[in-house]
Ligand binder design. Structure first.
Ligand code: TYD
Length: 153
């Protein structure tokens, strides 16, 4: 099964939306493989947002992502990267479709509730960045038989 990284951003913790957002992934039928609270460092943010380092909002974004801790989690499922990105919605919450997480909870391009990996390759890199050995769990999840047909997995 595919794994993807989700970061519940500082705005989500401040607004008391951690449970609601996690609940959406659970209700969708994704399996939680790891979760922890962590305070992001400048070094990690420089790596994580390297593709945005030339943008005028880069420093502002890093400040916002390190103002208080975040929750990082790993969700697992068939096509998990694509499914979670679709649930996340467009970057700017004002443009994100209603029904998506950003569309329902965000009015901002920065304070947009979650980060979600954008490809399986980046998911593998990002999961290795945020989780150490032993922090992702492989366990028997009883819901698998209800979430998928038996020839799907
Ligand atoms: P990006 O990787 O382009 O989008 P996404 O999170 O949808 O994969 O941007 C990373 C983060 O940078 C984004 O979640 C919030 C921030 N950001 C801004 O603050 N302003 C902007 O104009 C953009 C494009 C992104």
């Amino acid at each position: 099964m595919e794994k993807t990284l989700v970061i519940l951003k500082p705005c989500t913790l401040q607004r008391g939306l951690i449970g609601e957002v996690i609940s959406r992934f659970e209700k969708k039928g994704l399996k939680l493989a790891g979760i922890k609270m962590t305070w992001l460092t400048d070094k990690v943010l420089n790596e994580h947002y390297a593709h945005l380092s030339d943008k005028p909002f880069f420093q502002r974004l890093k400040n916002a992502m390190s103002i208080i801790p975040v929750i990082v989690c790993c969700w697992e499922g068939i096509d998990a990267v694509r499914v979670v990105r679709a649930m996340t919605g467009a970057t700017n919450g004002r443009n994100a479709a209603p029904g998506t997480i950003r569309g329902d909870y965000s009015m901002s391009s920065q304070e947009n509730i979650v980060h979600a990996s954008d490809s399986p390759e980046n998911a593998a890199i990002e999961l290795a960045r945020f989780f150490k050995d032993g922090e992702l769990f492989d366990y028997t999840w009883l819901q698998t038989a209800c979430v998928y047909a038996n020839d799907e997995c």
